[in-house]
Design a protein. Structure first.
Length: 308
C-alpha cells in the first residue's frame, strides 16, 4: 500500500470509521488495505459484531481504521446493539470511509446509513465498491450521493474493488488528504491492536460461520476458556467453545461423526498458524448457551456498549 516515491510532506495520522450496510465490503477493504486478515469476511450479513481496528502505515502517515458492524434496520436486541456500536464510532473520529455496494440498489436502509453522515461530510470519503462485477452500477450510486450527501466533493467519491485490490491506494490518498498532521499513534510494525484472545475468537467464529447454513451463523459465538504458551513458548495451546442457542443447533455444528466441528477446528488452526509463529494446538468443543441473543449479560460480554 505504501508509495515508492519519497514523500516530503508532514506525516498525517487519523482514526477512520468505516461505515456501510451489511456485506458492502467493509471488512474486505480493511483486510486488503492492511494486507493482513484483521476482520472476518463472509457473505453472511452482520458478521462483524465489534468495532475492529486495522492499522495502515505508508509514507504519508498512519490510518487507524475501525471496521464497524453493518448498519442494519432491525429491532432485535442483538442488532440494536450492533447499530449502537456503529453510531458510537462516529464520535471523536478524524475521518469516515463510507463503503457502498455498487451491485445493490439503494433503498431506505442506505438512506438511513447516509443520514448518519450528514454532519460529517467534510471528513468523509465515499468508496463505491465491487465495481469489477458485471452487476455493478456506479452511476446511480453517484446520483444517490449527490442527493443525500451533496457537500462531499467529486474527488472524494471513488470507485474500487476491495476484493481485487483495485482503487485502494486512491481511497487511502483521499483519506490522507483530509487527515490532520501528526505522528503515528502505533508502532509501524502493527496492523491491528486486537489482543490474543479476541483474535482467536474471531478466527474460530469466521471459520465456523462460513461452514454453517441458514440461521446457525448468527446463533454462534466463541468463548476462549484457556490459552497457554507451552514447550518454552513454541506451542500455543487453546481450549475454546463454539456456543449456540439450542440443543438442535449443537448437533448441526458437531456434524455426523463430529465431521463439521473437526472441519472448523482444522480450518481455524490453519488460519491461526498464518498469524502466529507458534504451533497451534486447538481443543474446540460445542456447548449450548440457551437463547443467548436475548440476554443482556451475554450481549454485554460479547459486545461492550462503550466505545472501544
Amino acid at each position: 500500500m505504501s508509495e515508492n516515491k519519497e514523500n516530503t510532506q508532514p506525516l498525517r495520522t487519523a482514526v477512520v470509521a468505516i461505515i456501510g450496510r451489511p456485506s458492502a465490503g467493509k471488512s474486505t477493504f480493511l483486510n486488503t488495505a492492511c494486507q493482513e486478515p484483521v476482520s472476518i469476511v463472509s457473505p453472511i450479513p452482520q458478521t462483524t459484531r465489534n468495532a475492529i481496528k486495522g492499522i495502515v502505515n505508508t509514507s504519508y502517515g498512519q490510518l487507524i481504521f475501525i471496521d464497524t458492524p453493518g448498519y442494519h434496520d432491525s429491532e432485535k436486541k442483538l442488532n440494536l446493539r450492533l447499530r449502537n456500536v456503529t453510531e458510537a464510532q462516529l464520535d471523536d473520529i478524524d475521518c469516515v470511509l463510507y463503503v457502498i455496494d455498487s451491485t445493490r440498489a439503494t433503498g431506505e436502509e442506505e438512506v438511513h446509513t447516509a443520514n448518519l453522515l450528514k454532519k460529517l461530510q467534510s471528513k468523509t470519503v465515499v468508496a463505491i465498491n465491487k465495481t469489477d462485477l458485471p452487476a455493478s452500477k456506479p452511476l446511480p450510486i453517484r446520483q444517490f450521493i449527490s442527493e443525500n450527501l451533496p457537500d462531499i466533493p467529486a474527488d472524494r467519491i471513488l470507485e474500487m474493488s476491495a476484493e481485487k485490490d483495485i482503487g485502494i491506494n486512491e481511497v487511502l490518498k483521499a483519506l490522507y488528504s483530509i487527515s490532520p498532521e501528526g505522528d503515528p499513534m502505533y508502532d509501524e510494525e502493527l496492523y491491528t491492536d486486537q489482543d490474543l484472545t479476541f483474535r482467536i475468537c474471531e478466527v474460530i467464529r469466521g471459520e465456523a460461520i462460513n461452514r454453517l447454513e441458514q440461521e446457525i451463523p448468527h446463533a454462534v459465538y466463541v468463548e476462549v476458556a484457556d490459552v497457554e504458551h507451552r514447550n518454552e513458548g513454541k506451542k500455543l495451546w487453546i481450549r475454546a467453545f463454539l456456543c449456540v442457542e439450542r440443543d438442535s443447533q449443537k448437533g448441526i455444528v458437531i456434524g455426523k461423526g463430529a465431521s463439521k466441528i473437526k472441519e472448523i477446528r482444522m480450518a481455524a488452526v490453519r488460519k491461526l498458524s498464518e498469524i502466529y509463529i507458534q504451533k497451534i494446538d486447538l481443543d474446540l468443543q460445542v456447548k449450548v448457551d440457551k437463547n443467548w441473543r436475548q440476554r443482556d449479560y451475554t450481549i454485554n460480554k460479547l459486545i461492550p456498549s462503550e466505545k472501544k
